[in-house]
Design a protein around this ligand. Structure first.
Ligand SMILES: Nc1ncnc2c1ncn2[C@@H]1O[C@H](COP(=O)(O)OP(=O)(O)O)[C@@H](O)[C@H]1O
Ligand SMILES: [Mg+2]
Length: 367
């Protein structure tokens, strides 16, 4: 059994006059693991998170951190002992990136020089170039700002990290990177992380355990992500996890069985000048990076010159990504690229589905 770091004991929060925002929450959060609160908007995720560091006080019930009732610790001190990352990075616009990261250590009495040195190191930890330290937050992209937010939360080396939809405002590609980065970080740091999201995919990618909240602030299911996908506790969870949940377990399956086939390519210039042949051809740039597909009609000049391709597949990706790539492509062929983004070939939707079928029968005892 994992050791508990945070415990909710029958915690209820009722804002003035309304229905409970959180209703009788009892749960134990493991030390050194990522626990994700997931659920639709308004179901009490943020309220639950904020009760941990007393940004919100419960109406009834007890919360303990490392065995101590949070109400026994002064709120300001408690907050500084936990990193907090929000959806908007919440950075101070008139302070440099380094000074933003150094905020809490400075409040804790660390010297300016020491705090800046640590901040500089943290830039590297969260995957940012050290030259960005002198910039102001508005000079960074959304994804970079969120990384700074994570660095700032880590600056005082707190054992607990509270993250409220930290990656929800960035585009899907950057979100993907940030998720990977967080997992890499966590591998080294082993913090106790409570992560809020409304996205079940993000929850299953990040969570060692996932708590699904239902409308009315009730905990609907609390289990490992595979368990929630495999056996939703009730109709609410099943509906939230989604109709395509039959495919979601693929996020845990390797794509080794999927074959990458050669593909006929054409440059955009060739397409313009000569048209395409009568099958689907992949349009590439000079570095052999995929641009889109030339459909069969392009040869006669009647079809669209080029249609956008779908998501990309990389060797080693999961079966879920293989399926996404194949199904999102107009040709039914998912584009596989190498580490430099160059075309490595294609994967066929029919073959990916066949691998999924055999994978499923393996998991169900070979039937
Ligand atoms: N400060 C507040 N005053 C009154 N009601 C609030 C306040 N904060 C949240 N609520 C209500 O509590 C419920 C849960 O909100 P919240 O915890 O923010 O949900 P979530 O983070 O899951 O979207 C919602 O119905 C919301 O309107
Ligand atoms: Mg919220």
């Amino acid at each position: 059994m994992a050791e508990a770091m945070i415990e909710f004991q029958n915690v209820t929060k009722q804002y003035q006059g309304g229905q409970p925002a959180v209703d009788g929450l009892t749960m134990s959060i493991d030390k050194g693991a990522i626990t994700v609160f997931v659920g639709p908007s308004g179901c009490g995720k943020t309220t639950s998170l904020r009760m941990i560091n007393r940004m919100v006080e419960p109406t009834s019930g007890v919360i303990t951190v490392d065995g101590a009732d949070v109400t026994s610790v002064p709120a300001a001190q408690l907050r500084r002992s936990m990193g907090y990352v929000m959806q908007s990075s919440g950075l101070m616009p008139h302070r440099s990136v380094l000074d933003n990261i150094a905020t809490v250590p400075r409040l804790n009495g660390v010297s300016k020089a020491e705090a800046r040195k640590r901040a500089q190191e943290l830039l590297d930890v969260v995957g940012l170039a050290s030259s960005l330290g002198k910039r102001y937050p508005s000079q960074l992209s959304g994804g970079q700002q969120q990384r700074v937010g994570v660095a700032r939360a880590l600056a005082a080396d707190p054992p607990v990290l509270l993250m409220d939809e930290p990656f929800s405002a960035v585009d899907p590609v950057v979100r993907d990177e940030l998720q990977k980065e967080l997992l890499r970080l966590q591998h080294d740091l082993a913090k106790t992380i409570v992560f809020v999201t409304h996205d079940i995919d993000e929850a299953t990618v990040l969570g060692d355990k996932v708590a699904v909240f239902a409308v009315g602030g009730k905990l609907a299911q609390y289990a490992a992500p595979q368990e929630i996908l495999r056996a939703p506790a009730n109709e609410f969870v099943a509906a939230f996890v989604g109709r395509d949940r039959g495919f979601r377990h693929l996020a845990f399956s390797p794509s080794d069985g999927v074959t990458i086939h050669p593909v006929s390519t054409i440059t955009a210039e060739q397409l313009r000048e000569e048209g395409s042949s009568d099958g689907w051809q992949l349009v590439v740039d000079d570095a052999l990076r995929p641009l889109g597909w030339a459909g069969p009609g392009s040869a006669t000049g009647t079809g669209p010159a080029m249609v956008p391709g779908g998501s990309l597949f990389r060797k080693g990706d999961t079966l879920r990504r293989a399926l996404d790539a194949a199904l999102s492509s107009p040709s039914g062929l998912g584009v596989a690229v190498d580490d430099d983004g160059r075309v490595a070939g294609v994967i066929a939707a029919t073959e990916v589905l066949a691998v999924i079928e055999s994978d499923r029968s393996i998991r169900h005892g070979g039937l």
